[in-house]
Ligand binder design. Sequence first.
Ligand SMILES: Nc1ncnc2c1ncn2[C@@H]1O[C@H](COP(=O)(O)OP(=O)(O)O)[C@@H](O)[C@H]1O
Ligand SMILES: [Mg+2]
Length: 263
Amino acid sequence: MTEICLSFENLTLGYQGHAAVHHLTGTVERGSLTAVVGANGSGKSTLMKGIAGILKPIGGTCAMRYRRLAYLPQQSELDRSFPARVIDLVSLGFWQRRGLMGRITREDMADLARCLEAVGLTGFEKRPLDSLSGGQMQRALFARAMLQDADLILLDEPFNAVDARTIDDLLALIGCWVAEGRTVLCVLHDHALVRAHFPRTLLLARRPVAWGPTRDVLTAENLSRARGFQEAWDEVAGWCDDNPVSGPAAAHGHATGKAVANV
Ligand SMILES: Nc1ncnc2c1ncn2[C@@H]1O[C@H](COP(=O)(O)OP(=O)(O)O)[C@@H](O)[C@H]1O
Ligand SMILES: [Mg+2]
């Protein structure tokens, strides 16, 4: 029997009274790998923040069944001018295991070295963060996620401003995480990459447009519907003028009976 890691019930997330994501209903299976795609402003980062608990739902629910969460924000949201080194950033991965004041043991340091080696950053321990390339920074964030030993891993555009070799290395790490039974949700833009490596996809346009097996979601028809929703969106409209009850069936990540669910 499949286990559910995340379930959404008519979830609405937003800012200052405006919905950025609404009418999201569905489930994410434990050990699954899902791409989250959509145009700029379609609510991908908002959804990641909602799942991470940084944004509280304005409506509906987001129920989670996991022990540890790792969240890698979009690079544009990271302040790299902060005077920190690679080892400081990666060591934050101990926080969930040890608490802020917990002592870091010799075994922990061996773990940290193992994670840095796995991402190809051995020898970078003392490098200041502001001296790293985009790819190296992303490798460091992946090392931190490994150290967190998380059951659910949220990656927001991890391949932006990253070279092809790093993308291959990071995809291999994601593959290992999924093989270990971890659940991964990853925001990205490159549909070819999604088709090649991500079995499931959630297509967002402020609302779920389609959610299910990638080949059924990334169709010309769904992408065109997503563009339609996005263009029709009124940035200054009232709170939420859509009635989900009168609309077509809600999208489900874990499709039941249908190959893919559309709204
Ligand atoms: N902190 C914020 N305050 C107000 N509006 C925001 C904030 N963050 C994002 N938004 C708005 O929410 C919408 C979705 O943004 P976002 O989730 O970042 O989209 P994406 O990640 O898909 O590009 C956009 O219209 C954006 O302007
Ligand atoms: Mg974003």
